[in-house]
Write a protein that binds this ligand. Structure first.
Ligand code: ATP
Ligand code: MG
Length: 656
């Protein structure tokens, strides 16, 4: 089909990669001589001791021994040192803005230069050390999207401690489970925060979690209750505005009702301990394979797994992929809307961008507060050039129509990004045409908590884009599509998405459970990393991730992917977003249960339900005709794009 988007010659001319053949040549090089390419890329960083071994060593086959992956064996470095000290000394970025912070409430903002970020990070490193945190110790982080969160992560990295961020929307139980699983010795949190108009008393939830840890671990040897450092983000500071080291704006976040529970001896105010701490802290050199952080997968497919990411490979993978896939320039203002509680926030809001010396925007709020144009207002305010968000956010804003977007100029935008799920064509086109004004390529990035960084993604000005496809593999990444028997399928194919060799940023283990790591990712297809996702490769070699394979369901003998059904429902003009799950059915084996969010102005009715049911049927009816070579499609007027069947039919005639 002809739905392909290419960057203009003008836009290409100044990009890192300017054509598909340039990408292909570099990709080949990354496979043929990884040492040479990555070795060159590694030169942008500081290595206290150089690597002594080959660039990567791995065994992905449990039958041949322990599954293991090593990158730059023997090298020592410090990730925080590279992000801050090295950028300041080598690249003279001391005065460059590292973080623009935009608070939940309009007008609440701060900014930190690279030098300021380094100073605060060093203080926090000393705070951690003073609390007895040592290299290898785990620190739980349960914080809103504020600069102190970034400072905490970097401070952990500086002293070689391992952070474990728990999304601030998670419950006390989830937090307790993660604190205990990783045996964290310290918790960093905040008094509270606002999400839109809703106030969250975070310290209360943190206390409940610590209570739960204490109850569950009662009597067990070796458990000592974690200390707790609390950022005063909402409460009125002692002595009024302006606490040491913290430009304070309490008027913007009035919350007289906030009660912050406190346990003397365990709890410490951030501003008090920071004020006392020294502003210099030497980095602790770490081995290339020492852990950098633990991050739990969301748990939507079972008990959360504490994925362990390490130093050298993760640093390289996130930095290089961020630079190339967003075509990063020194003057860019980069905004990733993901929460740091997710891997996207770790890799592409903190580590990758700061390693590249980028100016990043950190947003505390939600897209719809105080109004549904908040994203576009922020883009204009900071002249954001690179914008990275999720299809679900795009769809939820799309339902408010174009007007809130068109109130703002958005002329600064250069590259748009998408992550988290396949982006449906309607959302893609709206993102491209309305948000990006038709000028900006969309980089659809496919990856996972486990993969550390992008696995499939376009080069924005080199790769012709097809809406809904994450296009081609990143450098050093080798995808394959397998059938149920584990046989690799070549050419056009659909099946299980696996990766044939290790890449630098992949997770090395599940914390405390290496066997589960081997079972989950390497058992089904020994020798391959199994993503758990299904995927199709088209005749041009483009990859289309179709969704999780555990979401494939067998309904009356038809194998349906929930993603396909969701896409069909999403094509109905009344539908903003659809989620589909399977549930047992006495006759059909399984049946589909669909949840839909309607566009503003549409109401739920029997007619609508009938139309939505029809969506699925019509597609299949027409697809069957196409497959059997029958051009009589019948009524196609309810399709989002009635030209699609004839285009598909023409394609079929060409290829058979
Ligand atoms: P859990 O593994 O705990 O169930 P999760 O898989 O949702 O949670 P993530 O690691 O954040 O947690 O998400 C990775 C998954 O998201 C991928 O396996 C894939 O299914 C989906 N995904 C991410 N990006 C894309 C994309 N660009 N296109 C298609 N699917 C994507
Ligand atoms: Mg997953």
């Amino acid at each position: 089909m002809s739905d392909v988007y290419e960057a203009s010659a003008d836009a290409r001319s100044s990009a890192f990669l300017r054509s598909l053949s340039e990408y292909q040549a570099l990709y080949e090089r990354s496979l043929q001589d990884p040492q040479e390419l990555w070795g060159e890329l590694a030169k942008q960083f500081h290595w206290q001791t150089p690597s002594t071994g080959p660039f990567m060593q791995s065994n992905l086959n449990p039958a041949l021994g322990r599954v293991s992956v090593t990158c730059m064996a023997g090298a020592t470095t410090n990730v925080c040192y590279n992000l801050l000290d090295h950028n300041i000394s080598e690249n003279r970025l001391g005065d460059k803005v590292a973080i623009y912070w935009e608070g939940n409430c309009l007008g609440d903002s701060r900014k930190l230069t690279y030098q300021q970020l380094l100073n605060d990070t060093c203080r926090m490193s000393n705070v951690l050390t003073n609390q007895g945190v040592k290299k290898g110790d785990r620190v739980a982080v349960y914080m809103p999207m504020i600069p102190e969160l970034v400072i905490t992560l970097l401070a952990c990295s500086r002293i070689g401690a391992v952070h474990s961020v728990v999304f601030a929307g998670f419950s006390a139980d989830s937090l307790a489970e993660r604190i205990m699983d990783a045996q964290c010795c310290l918790l960093v949190t905040a008094d509270g925060f606002f999400r839109g108009e809703k106030m969250i008393n975070l310290k209360q939830i943190a206390d409940d979690a610590l209570d739960r840890c204490r109850e569950r671990e009662k009597g067990s040897k070796g458990f000592s209750e974690p200390k707790c450092i609390v950022v005063r983000h909402l409460g009125v500071a002692p002595g009024g505005p302006g606490v040491p080291n913290r430009p304070y704006t309490p008027a913007k976040r009035p919350c007289p009702n906030l009660q912050t529970p406190w346990q003397d001896g365990r709890d410490l105010w951030w501003h008090e301990v920071m004020h006392k701490a020294h502003e210099e802290a030497p980095p602790v050199w770490c081995d290339s394979e020492d852990p950098l952080f633990i991050l739990y997968t969301s748990g939507s497919t079972g008990k959360p797994k504490g994925m362990v990411h390490t130093q050298a490979g993760y640093l390289l993978h996130t930095a290089v992929s961020h630079r190339l896939v967003f075509d990063l320039r020194p003057s860019d203002v980069y905004w990733c809307t993901a929460d740091i509680g997710w891997i996207t926030g770790h890799s592409y809001l903190v580590y990758g961008p700061l390693a590249n010396g980028a100016t990043c925007l950190l947003f505390e709020g939600i897209p719809t507060y105080p109004e549904v144009d908040r994203f576009w207002q922020i883009i204009d305010k900071y002249q954001v050039t690179l914008f990275y968000t999720a299809p679900t956010a795009i769809r939820s804003l799309m339902k408010h129509g174009n007007e809130p977007v068109l109130r703002h100029s958005r002329h600064s935008l250069r590259v748009l990004g998408s992550v988290g799920e396949p982006i449906n064509p309607e959302a893609w086109h709206w993102y491209h045409r309305v948000i990006g004004g038709g000028r900006c390529p969309i980089v659809d990035t496919y990856w996972q908590t486990e993969t550390g960084g992008f696995l499939l993604a376009p080069m924005p000005f080199a790769t012709p884009l097809k809406p809904g496809s994450a296009t081609f593999p990143f450098f050093g990444v080798v995808p394959a599509i397998l059938n149920e028997h584990g046989e690799e399928m070549k050419g056009e194919a659909e099946g299980y998405l696996v990766f044939k060799q290790a890449w630098p940023g992949m997770a090395r283990t599940i914390y405390g459970d290496h066997r589960r790591y081997e079972e989950t990712y390497f058992q089904k297809f020994p020798g391959f990393y199994f993503t758990g996702d299904g995927c199709r490769r088209d005749s041009d070699g483009y990859y289309w991730v179709t969704g999780r394979v555990d979401d494939l369901l067998n309904m009356s003998g038809h194998l349906l992917s929930t993603a396909e059904v969701e896409a069909a429902l999403g094509a109905h003009p009344a539908v903003v977003e659809a989620a589909t799950v399977s549930c047992p059915h006495s006759l059909k084996g399984q049946t589909l249960y669909c949840f839909v969010t309607l566009q503003a102005g549409h109401t739920f009715s029997r007619t609508l339900v009938a139309e939505l049911r029809q969506k699925g049927k019509i597609m299949r009816r027409i697809l069957r005709k196409i497959a059997s070579g029958d051009p009589d499609f019948g009524d196609v007027t309810t399709l989002a794009d009635p030209c699609v069947p004839s285009a598909l039919f023409a394609d079929r005639c060409r290829t058979t």
